[in-house]
Design a protein around this ligand. Structure first.
Ligand SMILES: [Zn+2]
Length: 237
């Protein structure tokens, strides 16, 4: 990915206005605003899969958590490459639109980080994605509705059962905002799903405020580790 930045910069010097597709590195013209060429776009949109998770109506993930799709998440989260939300947001938005959910009545909500974690990282990648998606679909990104109220240990090293204990009750709906989701179609946005514990906890909080339907869209879907599978006996559906 680092070499790609140099290559992109060099191309810009030689051919001003040219850009590369973030996935195949081919030069792109008018698709530069979204950062993904038509060919990659068509290929990636075939990879999506839906699964049922806890109280959610379904969770749709665009790509498997592997290869370049995984690298892009790491670059976004840990190297702060915020420009990557363009292609990722574009592809998620396409899936939301295809599912018939790009309606004015839909409420788009990013999975929140605890304020302490967000301050450490400097941003919430799910909020960046949700804002990009909202902009592309003409929806509102509602970031004040769902709050992370507990500061949990990092979920990444925990198994499914540990995650459920760790995350249970971690989210709450801001009391003054609850009428915004009652009876509404809620779309949750997150970068990745592995065990589904985080999205389940979010959905439980939203359900307690009578959200109509809850569907989550994530960029990637990870396969739980061997340890997680043994602990939970729940294999990636
Ligand atoms: Zn491409």
């Amino acid at each position: 990915m680092v070499w790609r930045n140099y290559w992109d910069a060099l191309l810009e010097l030689v051919f001003p206005g040219s850009h590369l597709c973030y996935f195949c590195w081919r030069k792109i013209g008018e698709q530069k605003v979204r950062g993904v060429c038509d060919s990659c776009c068509a290929k990636i949109l075939q990879l999506g899969r839906a699964r049922s998770v806890g109280p959610l109506d379904k969770v749709v993930s665009i790509v498997p958590y592997e290869g370049i799709y995984r690298e892009m998440i790491a670059e976004l989260k840990y190297s702060g490459r915020a420009e990557l939300v363009k292609p990722l947001g574009y592809l998620i938005a396409r899936k939301i639109k295809a599912a018939g959910l790009a309606r004015k009545s839909s409420v788009l909500i990013p999975v929140p980080l605890h304020p302490v974690r967000e301050a450490e990282r400097g941003f919430n990648q799910s909020s960046l994605l949700a804002r990009e998606i909202a902009g592309q679909l003409g929806l509102c990104c509602e970031e004040a509705i769902l709050k992370r109220v507990h500061y949990n240990a990092n979920q990444a090293r925990l198994g499914k059962r540990e995650r459920i204990c760790n995350i249970k009750g971690a989210f709450a709906v801001e009391r003054t905002q609850s009428d915004k989701i009652a009876g509404k179609s809620v779309i949750l946005i997150d970068d990745i799903i592995t065990t589904g514990a985080t999205l389940t906890a979010c959905a439980e909080a939203l359900q307690s405020c009578k959200a109509g339907s809850i569907i989550a869209f994530t960029w990637a879907a990870g396969v739980p580790s061997e340890k997680q599978v043994l602990q939970s006996k729940i294999i990636f559906e």
